[in-house]
Design a protein around this ligand. Structure first.
Ligand code: UD2
Ligand code: MN
Length: 344
């Protein structure tokens, strides 16, 4: 009996010998084809065993290079800090001060530019928010270094609905779009639930030619898309596309429907949805129950049946709100809004 390890060794040795003979006899193409197959399968195996990194690992290497901004090179197409899967874990009781300490290059209002190259991507992150403090802290702890790994120029806007009315995610995101665009000519807007933590830094936060649905594989849904036209969680649009579809509807009060409505708007405007590969678009959803003031909206199906008739008149072009304050905090720009009445 030959030991299994030894048998395998003899087997591969024989294969190599056969290939060498074939190569010698002029079967160059066939031999290189087999070798190519072998190397790609080895590479894809190493891909699946990429080490899971801490989201802050290696970031201390980002240091300002040159005193004059004009001399900076353009950032490379692929950032050297992007590595693959990331650990999702948080220190107990994170405070905003801890996050500030860990992100010394983030500027007031949650703005960031890579200090040593000109960014290729300019992205605003818009977060609809009310009474999810712990989630917000955890997202900020993770998202700042996640975006710095990608060498993106970005800013984070939290749109806080401060009234006792029913929550309105779509309208908050419209406000975020409007206020962010007043501040900068962003090329790309990410609409980001506060409770979704990206698990892989190859999920680059830039925009593509068509609207992008980024959260394609969420642990809550066993890392699978719940249905084909699903557009909830984290998605991105270029400003021109957001305005073309007239943004989100303003009249979905409470949980549900507004994500399907915006997906319909995209299809009605003859665009399709692009998605990152499922291994990149992985997210962990932080645990939560049902929030007060965000009950499932019983009218959502009726509203959805009329999207094709209403989208032109309901969205960015009839948006009304009062901005109570705009505050530049060290890690994000806080937009506090009041919607007043529930029907609009
Ligand atoms: C799903 C979608 C979400 C949205 C929602 C229906 C996914 C992963 N997400 O989320 O994009 O379409 O259904 O409206 O499928 N929020 C607050 N405070 C509140 C209530 C909500 O901050 O009191 C914000 C927060 O950013 C939260 C988001 O709204 O992540 C969505 O609400 P959710 O997390 O309660 O709903 P969920 O997980 O079913
Ligand atoms: Mn959620």
């Amino acid at each position: 009996m030959v030991a299994p390890g030894r048998a395998l060794f003899i087997f591969f040795g024989l294969q190599l010998a056969i290939m060498a003979v074939l190569y010698h006899q002029g079967y160059h193409h066939q031999v290189s084809y087999v070798l190519k197959m072998l190397t790609t399968s080895v590479l894809s195996t190493t891909d699946t065993i990429l080490t899971v990194k801490d989201v802050y690992s290696g970031l201390d290497q980002i240091q300002p290079l040159s005193p004059t901004k004009e001399d900076l090179p353009t950032c490379p197409k692929t950032s050297p800090f992007v590595s693959g899967p990331l650990k999702v874990s948080f220190p107990l009781d994170i405070t905003l001060d801890d996050i500030v300490q860990k992100n010394p290059l983030v500027q007031l209002g949650g703005h960031y530019q890579p200090p040593n190259c000109w960014a290729l991507h300019h992205t605003a992150i818009i977060i609809p928010y009310r009474a999810r403090r712990r989630h917000l802290h955890q997202l900020l702890y993770h998202l700042h270094p996640f975006l710095q790994r990608q060498q993106i120029h970005y800013a984070i806007y939290v749109v806080h609905q401060m009234d006792n009315y029913t929550f309105n995610r779509g309208k908050l995101l419209n406000v975020g779009f409007k206020e962010a665009m007043k501040e900068n000519n962003w090329q790309c807007l990410y609409f980001h639930d506060v409770d979704l933590i990206p698990e892989d830094d190859r999920n680059i936060y830039d925009c593509s030619a068509f609207p992008m649905h980024a959260s394609v594989a969420i642990d809550k849904f066993q890392y699978e898309l719940p249905y084909q036209t699903y557009f909830g969680g984290v998605m991105a649009l270029q400003p021109i596309h957001y305005l073309k579809i007239n943004g989100f509807p303003n009249n979905y009060w409470g949980w549900g429907g507004e994500d399907d409505d915006i997906a319909s708007r995209i299809f009605l405007n003859k665009m399709s949805i692009s998605r990152p590969p499922a291994v990149f678009g992985r997210y962990h959803m932080l645990k939560h129950g049902h929030d007060r003031g965000n009950k499932a909206n019983p009218n959502r199906f009726q509203l959805l049946s009329r999207t094709h008739l209403r989208w032109r008149y309901n969205g960015m072009n009839n948006l009304l709100y009062s901005l109570l304050s705009k505050e530049q905090t060290p890690l994000y720009t806080n937009l506090t809004v009041h919607f007043g009445i529930d029907y609009h």
